[in-house]
Design a protein around this ligand. Structure first.
Ligand code: PMP
Length: 325
């Protein structure tokens, strides 16, 4: 890789990292796409750039415009960086069940942040709907709409999928990942299935989300319970996820995801957020199902630094009832 000319050119082309303990325990190659190494720190930098680039291409974004979005945080962080780099302002709606650190980072980057009560999507006060309404009330604003704007999944079809194929030299048997908007799994699955139809695509879901039931039974019904994971799970099938080639799904508990991020930290030195814990648990379960000798790829979505006051805080964990081995 040569010189990247500025922020947006530094997005993507992340390493594919072999997770040593998971690989040795299963006899498979368990590989993580290092999305936490994107310049804004998460898998959402790719989607943020593709969506802004598309809005620029079709002439919707004029210099000085305001980008408005509802986000669990990471898309907002990617957008805020890119807005600074390209002369836009950013205004972010976030539900109040996300980490304080993400709000702090957004404000430091210069975004205006509106933290709103966490309510279901059907409620008109849902953060995504508030973002849409606010953007529509301004002449110079553009609503990004990451859930239903398919430039999001295109990012992963055009960049993440081809990178995984190239980095594994085509030797990938399964791709496994948790879903928020669905952009990552839908884009990667489309690319990999075009390359080789028999690559297995496995959706991972947290508790208190409808996506496991959707893949398993075809009905969009929520599973019981709630999850402390951030950025994943959904109550509806977004335009990004619709039509994605998914073979099967697994549900991962919060306790398993929490234990996994601590194992990765203590045994291998990695510092990841909760969705990455879900992804590595899922990759191991898939490896056990497929048997030794397979190559399983998953996503290392973001770093643990944004969750110091929650996932990496002993008192918080104890209050939520989690055990760390
Ligand atoms: N992990 C984290 C930490 C995220 O912020 C997100 C995006 N909300 C995801 C996973 C899921 O990615 P996607 O939106 O592409 O499904």
């Amino acid at each position: 890789m040569g010189v990247c000319d500025g922020f947006v050119e530094a997005i993507g082309n992340t390493p594919l990292i072999r997770l040593q303990a998971a690989s040795e325990a299963t006899g498979c190659e368990i590989l993580g796409k290092a999305e936490f190494m994107n310049p804004g720190g998460s898998v959402k930098d790719r989607a943020a750039w593709w969506m802004i680039r598309e809005a620029e291409r079709i002439g919707r974004l004029q210099p000085g415009a305001t980008i408005v979005e509802g986000t669990a945080g990471n898309t907002g962080i990617g957008l805020a960086h890119i807005c600074n780099a390209r002369g836009y302002s950013s205004l972010i709606y976030m539900p109040d069940n996300q980490s304080r650190e993400k709000v702090d980072i957004l404000e430091t980057l210069g975004a205006e942040v509106r933290v709103v009560p966490t309510v279901p999507y059907a409620n008109e006060m849902n953060y995504q709907k508030q973002a849409k309404r606010y953007a529509e009330s301004l002449d110079t604003a553009v609503w990004v709409n990451q859930f239903d704007n398919t430039a999001n999944r295109l990012a992963h079809y055009e960049s993440t999928g081809p990178e995984i194929w190239k980095q594994t030299e085509g030797r990938v048997d399964a791709f496994v990942c948790a879903v928020g908007t669905g952009g990552t799994i839908a884009g990667v699955s489309k690319y990999l299935k075009q390359k080789r139809e028999d690559i297995q695509l496995i959706l991972l879901d947290c508790i208190g989300s409808a996506l496991y039931n959707f893949v398993t039974t075809g009905t969009v019904t929520m599973s019981d319970g709630t999850s402390i994971t951030e950025g994943i799970g959904n109550s509806r099938i977004t335009d990004n996820l619709a039509g994605a080639r998914i073979d099967w799904a697994l549900q991962i508990t919060d306790q398993d995801a929490v234990s996994m991020v601590y194992r990765l930290l203590r045994e291998e030195g990695w510092f990841f957020g909760s969705s990455t814990g879900v992804n590595v648990c899922g990759a191991i379960e898939v490896a056990r199902k497929l048997g030794p000798g397979h190559t399983i790829v998953t996503v290392l979505c973001d770093g643990g630094g944004k969750y110091r006051s929650s996932l990496f805080n002993r008192e918080w964990l104890a209050k939520k009832g989690f055990a760390i081995d």
